[in-house]
Write a protein that binds this ligand. Structure first.
Ligand SMILES: [Ca+2]
Length: 99
């Protein structure tokens, strides 16, 4: 009981410590145009996919359940995205359940 009470008392502190700091939205461009998905429902993720120290962009898309990979040819502070490839496994586009 004592342990539960301590957890309950500390919970607000943990929530406050993890509160994200959002900034105003902005388009992400590839080849000079905003990245658009045909049906929307984008699931973006930023990570250094190829291990070169520069963060890349992955975007899960509703259409076909596929995942776009935009490699960053710029820097982390000024990313540059051009074309994308779909993530593949054994030469086949990875498709996740969708719908
Ligand atoms: Ca990278």
């Amino acid at each position: 009981m004592k342990l539960l009470l301590i957890h309950l008392l500390l919970l607000p502190l943990l929530v406050m410590a993890e509160t994200p700091n959002f900034q105003a939205w902005q388009y992400v461009y590839a080849n000079g145009s905003p990245i658009q998905l045909s049906l929307g429902h984008a699931a973006p993720c930023v990570t250094d996919w190829d291990g070169d120290g520069v963060k890349d962009l992955l975007v899960g898309q509703y259409t076909g359940g596929m995942i776009r990979l935009y490699l960053n040819s710029g820097t982390n502070s000024s990313p540059v995205f051009t074309t994308f490839t779909y993530l593949q496994a054994d030469g086949v586009n990875i498709q996740l359940p969708y719908g």
